[in-house]
Design a protein around this ligand. Sequence first.
Ligand SMILES: Cc1ncc(COP(=O)(O)O)c(C=O)c1O
Length: 433
Amino acid sequence: MSGSAGSSHTNKELFERACRVIPGGVNSPVRAFKSVGGVPFFVSRGKGAYLFDEEGKGYIDYIQSYGAVILGHADDRITTAIDHAALSGSTFGAPTLSEIILAEMIVDRVEGCDMVRLTSSGTEAAMSAIRLARGFTRRDKVLKFDGCYHGHSDALLVGGGSGIASLGIPDSIGIPRDAVSNTIVAPYNEIPPIDDSYAAVIVEPVAANMGLVPPNAGFLEELRRLCSENGVVLIFDEVITGFRISSGGASEYFGVIPDLWCFGKVIGGGLPIGAFAGRQEIMELLAPVGPVYQAGTLSGNPLATAAGVTVLSLLDESMYHRLASTAERLAQGLNDALTNSGIEAHVPRVSSLVGLFFGSETVTNYTSAKKSVSIGLYPKFFRGMLNRGVALAPGPYEAIFPSLSHTQIEVDRTIEAAAEAANLLIDRGAVNC
Ligand SMILES: Cc1ncc(COP(=O)(O)O)c(C=O)c1O
């Protein structure tokens, strides 16, 4: 598929140029093609379900900025809102009306959530939620789950999924042992021993950074029960699931209400944003009301809040229904394309989030996710899809994100591409696909 004339640069040239001034040529490791081979394509523009690279090649895009873009790229309503906001000034260091409106929209949609503090990224949101939980409980220990990713702050960068997993890095050097000495890591989907020594349990209610792993029946409910019993703050990291899997996010979808939430991605309409939110009793411990300090020069940025308010105002029930139907068609089609070709695979789906695991085993945690990835088919499938104009994430531990711009046409073309890529995996012994 070719979309525009393209620039005079090839992706290879741009990658070499990028590597001279940007470590690894990318500003976030998940964008590297290290785990799938080859060089990244450099995006010149996106529109709706499509991306176009600097060579002029078009792709049906399922990365969608790792979930930050739910309407599709360059949606006219979002770009108009951003233009309008920018004309009035891009940042002030003083409060604005659109921060209030975005916070009200979040509070209205999420049951049990009274107050919101905006940040500029999901990393900040999760890091700050942990600090707040520690301040509230006056305890230090935090429990997280293996393969869940909560951003790259020191205390949470243990047992992380996403880029950490794709690159096969155990965690990260440069983190003092003391910074993680109070972080306990437990297997996802197993009920950990929780007692009153913990400040917080943080969990992705649908794990979407080790591939897509839904919570087992009762898992979230039991975490809620144990946290309540022991005075532990339960944090749902909904940076991916928030306002994506339903209008009230995962807490509404599963009917389990945490004490604190982390949001990001969707609520910024594609601009840098994050948020943490929760019960008033906890949130009012934040400075300037309380003694837990947290801040940010660009927090609640007017461009990001304008985009966020616009996107949330457009996401009504009919949109969620449409997005979930698109995802259902995609998941079923991918599953059929792979299994009809004799390839063992699973295509999990939760509402509009889709995953892909090769192998016969159902994946329920990071150990089984890694086992599936070790089969080694993802890089070959990824390249087969990319060669056919379909961009999946360049790493096996990411989710597949259809947007509201993906229609039956894009989904059916994706499924056709998957059938061809799958047949080639078999025919050519999984080489040169
Ligand atoms: C569940 C989850 N939490 C936190 C983050 C960190 O967000 P950000 O990349 O905006 O810092 C991510 C990023 O992918 C995420 O998926």
